[in-house]
Design a protein around this ligand. Structure first.
Ligand code: AMP
Length: 607
């Protein structure tokens, strides 16, 4: 039977395939998207009725109502900060039904932060099934576009992170750590379309070196079987390539001798890898020949020649990595399959092989209840309170931008996720969204999200160190530098040194070591996700300050005005990505400084 998607009336209908299991899943997608509004109404009624006795819904006097009108009239649109007192009570051990009638089983630690700490999202056991349901739809969709995935394996670099416990004793960990540690993942039934080269034991090791080493080694051992190479986000795949660049000699040596380096101490990993590892001189020579050239172009297709596509998210903040991934893969297609968060898994890309700039995600209406705050002409969302303006999933308009608001089975009600989405079309009656940006995020290298206020605080704290030199930071801006792996934050500083007020025998020039220390001081001031990425994951490099010569920011303003900015309204951009502006800044750099050490970070929360 044909496996091609059929185009009709501008939207793509998913045709049944030769594989009955897939056909059932595709029918499910069709059914959900055709009845998007009715499914949404049912989901809302289910969430409100099961949680009718919760403290939260009683607080807003919903009185058992489960209809949209009462819900919209009575419940406020909220942010994490609004919910924090309730969430903190649950974290401290209060087991009464505060947000959800179902017991809270764990907290998912979002990469979004509040007051410098990761946000804690309470979740319930059945949410794992809902996430699993969304995962189960990905392969049937991919099979429509890429045949033969059952004839080989996927090389996926997947990792867990360390977890902590809340004062009340519940685990607090990232959503993927929770998923990989669950039986849904660990005891998944054999599926020829989803055979991974990485042993579970390697994925489930918290030591990122040992985990990566074993996953890379197994990927190399299976190089001819690998049909797709992936990681969750683009930054993760680039880390893997960097790892190969740094460790190919050891990997080749292990493969040539059939022994595993003593750096791998985890007994479970050793056992799993040794089941596959045999001396293979040809493979070892091949790795040495390819990697010793120092030329890394197309390294993915050279190492894994049967790769059909990269399975990796390159939308949103990850778009900055597309050129590098193209370079390493020789332009292989990049499939962005899914849009999800700790709060809720939202939806999937029904055309996963499209180009990154065309990716749209179809929000699946059974995952939660979705509302949308329209953005006004300035690209800002309405302020809290105007909750009647929210638009339902089935009623958003093509071409418009919205901020996503969710109500979940786990007990978030009208919660602002902070993502800005643009409607690109519909699949049946379900809208499809392009991910535009995360609200208020200035800098991001991987899962870190640094906003303007955090950057401002970091600059303020660091500039305290140069005060004794009568120096101050008069202007600054920033850039996420991702041309090297790992990427790092670059902060451009323009300094003012008041030579007329030099006291205490200071010379009027700031010692380079002190400016290096300023880099570290900035890192100390950044949020916990940033510091974890620096310390535990090594996925962000040392922060860099580039001191530019006096007058540079004035030139920046002149440039902006020459391009049509209004003098009255001109504001220094706190983050720059536009190449001519970066060139201008870089041409005015008088000194560069890097953080000389690692900022403080511990796996436990500070409160
Ligand atoms: P977290 O709460 O740490 O799981 O992060 C979830 C956030 O990651 C989402 O709210 C988005 O901002 C971002 N994100 C997740 N999936 C995608 C995607 N496919 N494209 C772009 N951004 C994404």
């Amino acid at each position: 039977m044909a496996v091609k998607p059929k185009v009709s009336n501008g939207s793509t209908a998913l045709e049944p395939t030769a594989n009955e299991k897939d056909a059932e899943k595709l029918r499910f997608i069709e059914e959900m998207t055709m009845n998007a509004d009715a499914v949404q109404e049912r989901v809302l009624a289910e969430i409100l009725s099961r949680n009718a006795e919760t403290e939260y819904l009683k607080r807003y006097k919903l009185c058992g109502a489960t209809d949209r009108a009462s819900f919209k009239a009575k419940l406020p649109v909220v942010t994490y900060e609004d919910l924090q007192p309730d969430i903190q009570r649950i974290a401290n051990g209060d087991r009464s039904p505060i947000l959800s009638s179902h017991p809270i089983t764990e907290f998912l630690t979002s990469s979004g932060t509040s007051a410098g700490e990761r946000k804690l999202m309470p979740t319930i056991r059945e949410e794992l099934d809902r996430r699993q349901l969304l995962y189960s739809l990905l392969t049937p969709v991919m099979n429509l576009y890429v045949p033969g995935l059952d004839k080989g394996k996927g090389l996926y670099f997947l990792f867990i992170k360390s977890e902590s416990k809340t004062p009340g004793g519940l685990p607090a960990r990232p959503v993927l750590t929770s998923y990989y540690k669950s039986d849904h993942f660990k005891s998944r039934p054999y599926d020829p379309y989803n055979v991974y080269t990485s042993p579970n034991e390697a994925i489930l090791c918290t030591d990122s070196f040992q985990s990566m080493y074993a996953q890379m080694l197994c990927g190399l051992l299976n190089r001819h079987d690998v049909l797709r190479v992936g990681a969750v986000f683009a930054s993760g795949l680039l880390r893997a390539i960097r790892f190969l660049q740094l460790h190919w000699e050891q990997l080749a040596s292990d493969i040539s001798c059939g022994t595993l380096t003593t750096q791998i101490t985890d007994p479970a990993i050793r056992e799993a890898v040794m089941q596959q590892l045999r001396p293979d001189l040809d493979l070892a020579h091949f790795i040495i020949k390819e990697c010793s050239k120092g030329d890394w172009a197309c390294i993915i297709t050279r190492m894994w020649p049967n790769t059909k596509y990269l399975d990796v998210i390159v939308t949103g903040a990850m778009a900055q990595y597309i050129p590098t991934l193209e370079y390493y893969s020789g332009g292989l297609p990049m499939a962005c399959t899914m849009y999800a968060s700790s709060e809720c898994y939202f939806g999937l890309n029904l055309r996963p092989m499209c180009s990154p700039s065309e990716v749209s995600y179809t929000i699946m209406p059974m995952m939660g209840y979705f509302e949308f705050i329209p953005l006004d002409a300035n690209g800002t969302t309405m302020c809290n309170g105007a909750q009647s303006q929210l638009v339902d999933l089935a009623h958003v308009e093509v071409g418009k931008e919205y901020e996503l608001v969710i109500t979940t089975y786990a007990g978030l009600y009208r919660y602002r996720v902070g993502d800005i989405l643009r409607v690109t079309g519909f699949h049946n009656a379900a809208p499809q969204f392009q991910f535009i940006r995360r609200k208020n995020v200035l800098l991001s290298i991987e899962s870190d999200k640094t906003d303007e206020a955090e950057l401002q605080k970091a600059v303020t704290n660091a500039s305290e160190l140069i005060k004794p030199y009568n120096a101050s930071v008069v202007e600054y801006t920033s850039h996420a530098y991702t041309k090297s792996i790992p990427g790092h934050y670059v902060i451009y500083w323009e300094l003012l040194i008041r030579k007329d007020q030099i006291k205490n025998g200071k010379s009027g020039t700031i010692p380079a070591e002190l400016l290096n220390k300023c880099c570290l001081e900035m890192e100390e001031s950044l949020n916990t996700v940033y510091r974890q990425s620096r310390v535990a994951d090594n996925s962000i490099g040392p922060l860099e300050i580039r001191v530019v010569r006096p007058g540079t920011f004035e030139e920046l303003m002149d440039y902006a005005i020459s391009r049509g900015a209004s003098i009255n309204q001109y504001k220094v951009p706190r983050c720059v990505n536009f190449p001519p502006i970066l060139e201008l800044l870089d041409s005015r750099v008088v000194s560069t400084h890097f953080s000389p050490g690692l900022p403080k970070w511990t796996p436990t929360r500070s409160k």
